[in-house]
Design a protein around this ligand. Structure first.
Ligand code: C5P
Length: 227
């Protein structure tokens, strides 16, 4: 089933400490951004990618896309000061009715099978997000003192992609905007409207490149892919 991607790529990468947008950092012989885009470049079901970028980085990003022959980026959108606003700008610029897959540009190791299952589930039920079960013992401690040990069997660590019927995502995004609600993912916006959101089991290697350790892990994953 066909889908389009809304990809936030307008971060500053402060936690990476590179001094510039971490998506330009090399992983193996290509920038992180290119690894992520290549997943969608190879998927015939992906009809296009809306890329939210900082305006001042657009020409540099275009040059990198040309260099690596990425053809699926169908639109640049001006990113916002928060990730949610970058995605909202993509939603506002879209008037089609395809399934929308929101995926962080900083997650290059997403598997095709997970994408396919997310799109299928969202088409059927409205909203589907990628996640993995918590492996560690999990405790609730809002003030640094344990209040409760939460049964980890019930806890999921949530990633992107997150897939939605556009009407569900648009409604949730508009409502968040009018309530000035800021969430950490799109699912939160949908959940607060009372829509059920289904979890599709993903893989532990779908890490977000956030700090320097993630780059080290990413290099190991790339090495594994080459074998
Ligand atoms: O900073 P973090 O890695 O959590 O951001 C997740 C994704 O959202 C990244 O791909 C980043 O480029 C993007 N982002 C954005 N606009 C922002 C902040 C982050 O598009 N204002």
């Amino acid at each position: 089933m066909d889908y389009i991607v809304m990809m936030p790529a307008a971060g500053s990468g402060q936690r990476m400490g590179a001094g510039y947008n971490k998506l330009f950092l090399m992983l193996g012989n290509k920038p992180i951004l290119i690894h992520t885009l290549e997943v969608f470049e190879k998927d015939p079901a992906c009809k296009g990618v809306f890329l939210a970028v900082k305006q001042e980085e657009q020409s540099e990003i275009q040059a990198v896309l040309d260099q690596y022959k990425i053809a699926k980026v169908s639109r640049f959108v001006n990113g916002g000061s928060e990730r949610q606003y970058s995605v909202a700008a993509c939603i506002e610029s879209y008037d089609g009715d395809d399934i929308v897959l929101v995926h962080d540009a900083a997650r290059p190791f997403i598997h095709q099978a997970v994408i396919t299952e997310l799109v299928r589930t969202a088409a059927k039920y409205g909203a589907a997000i990628a996640g993995v079960q918590a492996k560690d013992t999990m405790k609730l401690a809002p003030l640094g003192v344990v209040e409760e040990t939460v049964d980890r069997e019930t806890l999921w660590i949530i990633q992107t992609p997150q897939a939605f019927q556009i009407k569900v995502l648009r409604k949730a995004s508009n409502q968040a905007k009018s309530d000035s609600f800021l969430g950490t993912d799109e699912s939160m916006l949908v959940e607060r409207l009372g829509y059920p959101v289904r979890i599709v089991e993903s893989t532990y290697d779908n890490v977000k490149m956030t700090t320097q350790e993630d780059i080290v892990f990413g290099e190991i994953l790339l090495e594994r892919q080459r074998k």
